[in-house]
Design a protein around this ligand. Structure first.
Ligand SMILES: Cc1cc2nc3c(=O)[nH]c(=O)nc-3n(C[C@H](O)[C@H](O)[C@H](O)COP(=O)(O)O)c2cc1C
Length: 202
């Protein structure tokens, strides 16, 4: 079994159609840790000691958020700035995250074809997520392909909310049960509910 912690960040949680359902699903997966950053730290007063201890105690750190302005909601930036401290996460003596994995589960309003060099977003979504990828590398963490839902605002009408949420639950359970193929996931750009590299149960 691997120890998995999910950090969820959505300032508009009550208006959400996708992340709220994903968060509900994650919150009831047994034997994982689920943290709702906006609920626990509405004033952004993140408890650095508590969160560093949590990171230290887990093998896989998964950040779940809607893409906001090609980046994370702001509390996740605050979390990075405060918790991923010099001497803890990087720099001299900063080896506490070495060998762990940093994963992302993101939703974006833009459609998949928009996130291409010819599309209106001009770049693949992985390009916008590069700061998080390099943060993981600086902290000597692995960075498997993010779990992505494009066209997230259309999902309630196209019927993709439930398959995406089911895929998310399968992803979390597979990580917990050591059935997620991280080597395969590192070779992919993004994963969705249709191509999760999950090994079958024995
Ligand atoms: C402030 C703000 C910024 C946003 N920026 C982006 C963006 O850069 N790219 C994108 O594809 N969608 C963007 N969106 C759309 C959200 O990603 C989308 O509403 C969300 O993923 C839908 O999930 P939800 O139903 O769980 O809220 C933005 C939305 C808001 C409110």
């Amino acid at each position: 079994m691997s120890k998995l912690i999910v950090y969820y960040a959505h300032p508009g949680h009550k208006y959400s159609h996708v992340n709220q359902v994903m968060a509900d699903a994650a919150g009831i997966v047994d034997n994982i840790t689920f943290v709702d950053l906006y609920r626990d730290y509405p004033r952004f007063d993140i408890d650095v000691n508590v969160e560093q201890k949590r990171l230290w105690e887990h093998d896989v750190v998964l950040l779940q958020f809607p893409v906001f302005w090609y980046s994370t909601p702001s509390i996740l930036k605050e979390w990075q700035d405060l918790v991923l401290e010099h001497g803890f996460a990087y720099g001299a003596g900063g080896d506490r995250l070495e060998g762990k994995k940093l994963m992302l589960a993101v939703t974006a309003a833009g459609p998949e074809e928009a996130y291409t060099h010819k599309g209106y977003q001009h770049y693949p979504i992985r390009v916008f997520l590069t700061p998080l990828e390099q943060t993981a590398r600086l902290c000597r963490m692995r960075f498997p392909a993010p779990y992505v839902l494009y066209s997230a605002l259309q999902a309630p009408v196209t019927g993709t909310v439930q398959p995406h949420v089911d895929g998310y639950r399968r992803l979390l359970e597979a990580i917990r049960d050591d059935r997620y193929d991280f080597d395969a996931a590192e070779k992919l750009d993004v994963v969705g509910y249709e191509n999760l590299p999950i090994r079958a149960k024995d």
